[in-house]
Design a protein around this ligand. Structure first.
Ligand code: NAD
Length: 256
């Protein structure tokens, strides 16, 4: 069954990891997908993979930390396909492990601009379009770090708690306007995010406990496809009465 036939979906950070798996999953279920990323090669590769699988996709480059680029991305999506039915604000970066006193202002701003401002900028542009349409679904990628504190990841934890709060607020503001807004909180997932860990220390050398990130009751890391399945559920009519929630997809971490 194709749950997203005739729907247009936008996925940011879709060139890799969770975003890539999500773009592929939504396309598999019939959506036309706008694959967006700062990395053009990776993004184009995802488009090729979707098309090889019989799906429909196009790549649009955008840096989510730049609200004007995000606005143009959403406009390009609507100009090309006539609607924006599903938006997945997924792009994010990590930092090296440092305690709070060692976070530089530059590093703080860089991470918050992508992980938190990027989600706000995405929703600002998407909600306007969806409100005009009278319907739409948004899923934001938060993190286990949006639910608990994690030693060494102060800016990341702050950004992801912000995403959870923004998700709840957007859900409340738009609940009566036909738009649902939810989030997922992934636990450790096999992706390329470690490439964005610049500076900081090896977690094993830190004085504080980083086990919240390391330990998963199910004893393994997730495959990005396991995130995509939950995103697809939240985007679908199966979740028609679900809004404002952040679903932990974490092998049991949040229960611990
Ligand atoms: P990834 O690095 O594999 O993929 C992230 C993609 O986002 C990359 O293709 C990258 O080019 C893109 N990107 C980075 N900065 C961008 C920007 N400014 N504008 C547009 N695109 C940008 O990482 P991932 O693990 O798939 O991360 C996806 C999301 O999942 C992030 O929000 C991350 O915080 C979250 N997350 C990941 C994990 C994990 O263990 N991998 C756990 C919890 C949450």
């Amino acid at each position: 069954m194709e749950r997203f036939s005739d729907e247009t979906a936008l996925v940011t950070g879709a060139g890799s990891g969770i975003g890539r798996a999500t773009a592929q999953r939504l396309a598999n279920e019939g959506a036309t997908v706008v694959v967006s990323d700062v990395d053009e090669d990776r993004g184009e590769d995802v488009v090729t993979a979707i098309e090889d699988d019989g799906g429909s996709a196009t790549f649009v480059s955008a840096n989510v930390a730049d609200s004007e680029e995000v606005q143009r991305l959403v406009e390009a999506t609507v100009d090309t396909y006539g609607s924006l039915d599903i938006a997945v604000n997924n792009a994010g970066i990590l930092t090296g492990f440092t305690d709070i006193t060692d976070i530089t202002e530059d590093d703080w701003e860089k991470l918050i601009d992508v992980n938190l401002k990027g989600v706000w900028a995405g929703m600002k542009a998407e909600l306007s379009v969806m409100e005009e349409q009278g319907e739409g679904v948004i899923v934001n990628t938060a993190s286990e770090a949006g639910l608990v504190g994690m030693g060494g990841l102060g800016s990341y934890v702050a950004s992801k708690h912000g995403v959870v709060g923004l998700t709840k607020t957007a859900a409340l503001e738009y609940a009566e306007r036909g738009i649902r807004v939810n989030a997922i909180a992934p636990g450790p997932t096999e992706t390329n995010i470690q490439e964005t860990m610049t500076g900081g220390s090896d977690p094993r050398e830190l004085p504080f406990d980083t086990t919240a990130m390391a330990e998963v009751p199910m004893g393994r890391r997730a495959d990005p496809k396991e995130m995509a399945g939950v995103v697809a559920f939240l985007c679908s009519d199966d979740a028609s009465f679900v809004t404002g929630v952040t679903i932990p997809v974490d092998g049991g971490q949040a229960a611990d």
